[in-house]
Design a protein around this ligand. Structure first.
Ligand code: 5RP
Length: 262
């Protein structure tokens, strides 16, 4: 195994490499955002170059779009694709039912639209993303800039009635300025510590004027591919409730992605 990569990068890489096996020629594929999804995009680029894989990719962010083009994936819009065979994306947290928190990378809106348009969503992650109950990772919600402080106050009011352990909210910053998403919106991070009823919270948040979408992915993901630093990979498929285990021994030539960053 190549030792140039950190254990966490090896874990992300092997998860991406295994998940890339779900991709077949002719497919329209949703391409996630984040450091793990970036490995996936690189793997698909390699399959296009070395194996003649032919796919069309719908990226979930401008960052992923650029990377996909750089590695030779034909990029189309979701409106051109209309529906997708498969989306592969990372996650900030997932629970035993494969409900997710996403949006750590600020792309939750496009990610949710793309995943929902897909027949199947596969999440790729290192083992640290597995949680018993969602909520340790701050829940991102996308808010339109107009009146965002009013929307934030409404969110805080709504949280009073919710089964959560913390209720602090913060505007995500990019240096001295508010973070701006690809859709021109801002992100509020909700520090909830524990989310007792994710389904209910998702519904309540999306009813608040100005909130465009939240980072809870409920009943959207079918399969999680978990990578480990030693090359082990576990695939948990919710449809069959089976866990498959394999091991990936990668050699020097596999370290072509050492410069991949989100
Ligand atoms: C971006 C996301 C990412 O999938 C999530 O943040 C995980 O990122 P990484 O693979 O870098 O840990 O939701 O909006």
């Amino acid at each position: 195994m190549n030792t140039d990569l950190s254990p966490i990068d090896r874990a992300k890489f092997v998860a991406a490499k295994r998940a890339a096996q779900y991709v077949r020629s002719g497919m329209k594929v949703g391409l996630g955002t984040g450091s793990t999804a970036a490995w996936l995009v690189q793997c698909l680029g390699e399959m296009i170059r070395d194996e003649g894989l032919q796919i069309k990719g719908v990226p979930t962010s401008s960052r992923t779009a650029q990377l996909a083009k750089d590695v030779g994936i034909e990029v189309i819009s979701l409106d051109e694709a209309k529906s997708l065979d498969l989306t592969i994306d990372g996650a900030d947290e997932y629970d035993a039912e494969l409900n997710l928190i996403k949006g750590g990378g600020g792309a939750l809106l496009q990610e949710k639209i793309v995943a929902t348009a897909s027949e199947r969503m596969v999440v790729i992650a290192d083992a640290s993303k597995k949680v018993e109950t969602l909520g340790a990772f701050p829940l991102p919600i996308e808010v339109i800039p107009f009146g965002w402080q009013t929307s934030k106050a409404l969110v805080e009011e709504a949280l009073i009635g919710m089964d959560v352990l913390g209720r602090t909210t913060s505007l995500r910053m990019n240096g001295d300025a508010p973070y701006v998403t690809d859709e021109g919106n801002h992100i509020l991070d909700l520090h909830l510590n524990r989310i007792g009823d994710a389904r209910q919270l998702s519904i309540v948040l999306n009813q608040i004027p100005g909130i465009v979408e939240n980072g809870l992915f409920i009943d959207i993901c079918d399969t999680v591919v978990i990578g480990f630093g030693d090359g082990k990979v576990q695939v948990h498929d919710m449809n069959t409730d089976e866990v498959e285990e394999s091991r990936f021994d990668f050699v020097e030539k596999d370290n072509i992605f050492a410069d991949v960053e989100d």
